[in-house]
Design a protein around this ligand. Structure first.
Ligand code: PEP
Ligand code: MG
Length: 593
């Protein structure tokens, strides 16, 4: 596709379309983010300019130090001081007198620009470290390179992906892609919206945008080339359009949408303490998905009844390594205490796919590869540390433990065996935990759904991960914008698997929840409820709408809808059926979609 000349209306307004990822409307300045190392060019300067360059260099060092201290502070709040200590080495590099002197010497004797002088000196450091025998020192080369990029970006006034945590101006970020770990660090006061070229609705970056309530569009082709830093644009996060240079008429139209939205939000907030019960009395649990203990407060504010999915891998991704047992226990305990008396479903590590630890080996098909429970079972030492931490936290409130990506009965039995070993070790050590702790597994792999009745005797609950279940059933990469329209949870094949899971659960007295993105999408909620799901878990931002709908829904109608949907031949038909029921029950939710 060639987008070299996007058609602009006579007013200069251009409309670009992508995939709506997180709702909301925002109008702001665009910042296009470069993701590779900055390109540094040498300039010769008049001899008298050295002082100015030295000043610029010093300012960049100060700015970099502030950025790192800010990241360190966030990591320390999320994970504790020990984990945040890894940034001390970064700070020391910035204060290294030899390094600073070498740069200053080049500025005064070579009469070059500060970027070039710093780039040359830091390059020598990295090269020298890369060839030493000592493994620890060799690893430091990566730290120094990272610091070097940061300083260069600050010198050049660029927002590097890592620098997004501290933008100088409130902006709409435009990037090829944003790693989930980067999105997690975004400063909400500065990142008002974002647009990426890559990704689909269920990519973890899109999920994070909804959590952070940042209007976002993903899968917008060639966005980094079609947009320019400094332009003004409006994101319509519901519709998936980016309107560049919007006219006054467009701004007025969207202003009205925002006003309507704000008035409706007020109505939604009145439901906060009401139960999620249908008009004809079917009681559901509407819980929240979280990534860190600090998210529980917002989940409560949104009216969630407990936590249905704690994605623990973000604790790991934020610090780039595996926290020890005490740090993990502290994080889980904090979440459990904050959610009390409601339960917290803590999912064991789901690394892999698009959630990679730094240094992870590249794979041709990461979603089919080294991911989730497969990593845990291969690294039993890590797995045991996590299970012990979860068990220890269970002494402080209601915890439910959940395994991700189980694809075979052997895996489940193996995981349960490690859990049993951890229980007995804690008993021997006299460390308390909840002996009644419930254990569940995610249903994300079609093969697992097909044999749900084999799993059911060994678990207390199932949780449908509709994001992955859809991806794996339909062979549609949830990250790939080119096939994003094929990722449809309403596909009759996916429905049959959900149906089988519910039947197996009912036969064995297990409960079933759904915690993929469909669980928080009003268009799919009637379908999931009608299929027999007992609990829905979604990001806090969408819980008020979900509750609004549930309280206007008739369970009996949802059941009839599901019966019709199970006989349907196409996803479009199922989507139409479910949306009709939702729209009739709560038209307010669909007026701006
Ligand atoms: C899912 O796959 O639906 C799910 C909830 O897990 P995640 O999005 O973390 O892969
Ligand atoms: Mg999943």
């Amino acid at each position: 596709m060639n987008h070299s000349s996007d058609p602009a209306s006579p007013s200069g307004e251009r409309v670009l379309r992508g995939i709506p990822a997180a709702g909301g409307v925002i109008h702001a300045r665009v910042m296009v983010v470069r993701q590779a190392a900055p390109e540094v060019v040498r300039h010769s300067l008049p001899a008298g300019d050295a002082d100015g360059e030295i000043k610029r260099f010093q300012n960049a060092l100060v700015e970099t130090r502030q950025q790192i201290q800010e990241i360190q502070q966030r990591v320390s709040e999320a994970m504790g001081a020990e984990e945040a200590g890894i940034f001390d080495a970064h700070l020391l590099t910035l204060e290294d007198p030899t390094l600073i002197q070498q740069v200053v010497r080049r500025l005064t004797t070579d009469h070059v620009n500060a970027e070039w002088a710093f780039h040359e000196v830091i390059g020598q450091y990295v090269t020298a470290l890369q060839v030493v025998e000592d493994e620890y020192l060799r690893e430091r080369a990566a730290d120094i390179r990272d610091i070097g990029h940061r300083v260069l970006n600050n010198l050049m006034g660029l927002a590097a992906e890592q620098g997004l945590a501290r933008l100088s101006q409130p902006s709409i970020i435009v990037a090829h892609d944003l790693a989930p770990s980067t999105t997690a660090m975004l400063d909400r006061t500065k990142v008002l919206g974002f647009v990426t070229e890559a990704g689909g609705v269920t990519s973890h970056t899109a999920i994070m945008a909804r959590k952070l309530r940042i209007p976002a569009i993903v899968g917008l082709p060639e966005a980094t080339r079609r947009l320019h830093s400094g332009e003004y644009a409006l994101i319509d996060g519901h519709g998936g359009s980016l309107i560049v240079n919007p006219t006054d008429a467009t701004l007025f139209q969207y202003g009205q949408i925002r006003e309507r939205r704000a008035a409706f939000d007020q109505r939604l907030s009145d439901l906060r303490d009401q139960p999620a019960v249908t008009m004809d009395g079917r009681r559901l649990v509407l819980a929240a998905n979280i990534d860190e203990p600090g998210d529980v407060a917002e989940a409560r504010r949104a009216g969630a009844e407990g936590i249905g999915l704690f994605r623990t891998e973000y604790l790991f991704l934020k610090v780039g390594e595996l926290p020890d047992e005490d740090a993990q226990t502290a994080a889980y305990k904090a979440a459990v205490e904050a959610a009390a008396p409601e339960a917290v479903v803590i999912r064991t590590l789901d690394l892999g796919g698009d959630k990679l630890l730094p240094g992870a080996l590249p794979e041709a098909n990461p979603f089919l590869g080294w991911r989730a429970i497969r990593i845990s079972l291969a690294h039993r030492d890590w797995f045991a540390v996590q299970l012990r931490s979860i068990l220890r936290a269970s002494a402080h409130g209601k915890v439910r433990l959940m395994y991700p990506m189980i694809s075979s009965l052997e895996e489940l039995l193996d995981a349960n065996a490690v859990l049993e070993e951890c229980r007995s070790a804690l008993r021997t050590e006299g460390i308390p935990f909840d002996p009644e702790l419930e254990v569940g597994m995610m249903i994300e792999v079609p093969g697992a759904a097909l044999i749900a009745s084999q799993f059911a005797p060994h678990v207390d609950f199932f949780s449908l991960g509709t994001n992955d279940l859809t991806q794996y059933t339909l062979a549609v990469d949830r990250m790939n914008e080119r096939v994003a329209t094929l990722h449809r949870v309403a596909h009759p094949g996916v429905l049959q698997l959900i149906h089988l899971t519910v039947l197996a659960a009912r036969a064995h007295g297990c409960s079933v929840s759904a915690c993929g993105e469909a669980a928080g999408d009003p268009a799919f909620i009637p379908l999931l409820v009608g299929l027999g799901v007992d609990e829905l878990s979604a990001t806090a931002a969408v819980i008020p709408e979900a509750k609004f709908l549930l309280r206007r829904l008739k369970y009996q109608e949802a059941v009839e809808l599901a019966q019709a949907a199970l006989k349907a031949g196409t996803a479009s038909e199922v989507e139409r059926l479910s949306r009709n029921v939702a729209e009739q029950a709560a038209p307010e939710l669909f007026s701006d979609r």
